[in-house]
Design a protein around this ligand. Structure first.
Ligand code: TYM
Length: 344
């Protein structure tokens, strides 16, 4: 088989966030913060994955508003549209088309094994679970493979989906010849799995919110963010140390938040809190750092969203750039899979 990719191209990253709720500090620390850093090292594609957000029941007007909001938050979190391509997934039909093609080479058993499918399906009436929810990881694989991404910066919860993407790319390359780059997950050493503040046994989520104290959102005003941290569930101890003990998951989560936001080492953090009087001191400092982290993001967000047409214009430019790359891969896939080329 012939070599399929230009030999000298820059390494690429692709990632995305679903516009399915309010973005949380978990989304920032697990994903967006890394994107902002890595855009200087990779040719970067960041999409708002709206087609993924319709795999569970949703409201169309909210989807439209959240799609813009999430795009604006990408920029507010430091994504620079001059060097990164920011776009909306549904603006590039190649995503849906490649997903269909890949669906036809994906064994059903791979999809039934996905823990996110099992968890999300279990929360709905069995008869109302959509086929889209099952096929969700195939669409995600299409997102990544269309751009021949070398690395995918995500939080820990996407690890299994990335594994499936790699398996699928390998299977396709084996069946039809070298076509796709095999992507590597890029999971941050700190902040990859921030837990819910109201229940540290579960992941902090933007779509499954158990109470108003579940998550800190990127657009929470400072007093609200502080209140949520001060109310975070902990245990009855006093010792402020990192720990794998499930009983101490709440304190560990606050320490991980602090670690991911400050970039300090665990030793330095434990030494810093060695003289603290109790969890109240820890919470107060986490809240201070959190508010300082959110403040510039919120200021930029409000600035950017004063003019809606600015975001829409950037998304149009992003889609124009993304389309070229996506269509080149899709053409190759169509050829490899044996489709008759349409005469133009
Ligand atoms: P989504 O929208 O659930 O989450 C977006 C990103 O945030 C990360 N994340 C977290 N990181 C740390 N702690 C948390 N509590 C936390 N919650 C979420 C997620 O790992 C993710 O990186 N399937 C993806 C969206 C997607 C995608 C893609 C990602 C679709 N196509 C292609 C990468 C590449 C998702 O549902 O993310």
């Amino acid at each position: 088989m012939s070599e399929t990719r230009p030999p000298q191209r820059n390494k690429r990253v692709l990632s995305g966030v679903q516009p399915s709720g309010n973005l949380t500090i978990g989304n920032y620390l697990g994903a967006l913060k890394q994107w902002a850093r890595e855009q200087h090292n990779y040719e970067s594609f960041f999409c708002v994955v709206d087609l993924h957000a319709i795999t569970v029941p949703y409201d169309p007007a909210t989807l439209r508003a959240k799609t813009r909001e999430v795009a604006a938050l990408y920029l507010a979190c430091g994504i620079d549209p001059a060097i990164s391509t920011v776009f909306v997934q549904s603006h590039i039909p190649a995503h849906s088309e490649l997903a269909w093609l890949l669906n036809c080479v994906t064994p059903l058993g791979w999809l039934y094994r996905m823990t996110q499918f099992k968890d999300k399906a279990a929360k709905q009436q069995a008869e109302s679970v959509s086929a889209g929810l099952l096929n969700y990881p195939v669409l995600m694989a299409a997102d990544i493979l269309l751009y021949q991404a070398d690395a995918v910066p995500v939080g820990d919860d996407q690890r299994q989906h990335l594994e499936l993407t790699r398996d699928l790319a390998q299977r396709f390359n084996h069946l039809f010849g070298e076509t796709f780059t095999i992507p590597e997950p890029m999971i941050p050493p700190a902040g990859a799995r921030i837990r819910a503040l109201d229940d540290p046994t579960v992941k902090m989520s933007k779509s499954e919110v158990s109470s108003e104290y579940h998550a800190v959102y990127l657009l929470d005003p400072p007093d609200k963010a502080r209140k949520k941290i001060m109310r975070a569930v902990t245990d009855s101890g006093r010792e402020i140390r990192f720990s794998d003990d499930p009983e101490r998951a709440g304190v560990n989560n606050l320490l991980e938040l602090y670690e991911a936001m400050t970039g300090e080492t665990r030793e330095a953090i434990e030494a810093h809190f060695a003289t603290a009087r109790g969890y109240g001191d820890l919470k107060k400092e986490v809240a201070d750092v959190l508010i300082a982290t959110l403040e510039p993001i919120q200021a930029r967000y409000h600035e950017l969203t004063r003019d809606v047409s600015y975001i829409d214009g950037l998304l149009a430019e992003g889609a124009a750039r993304a389309r070229v790359v996506a269509n080149a891969t899709l053409d190759l896939v169509r050829e490899r899979m044996g489709f008759l080329k349409a005469r133009t």
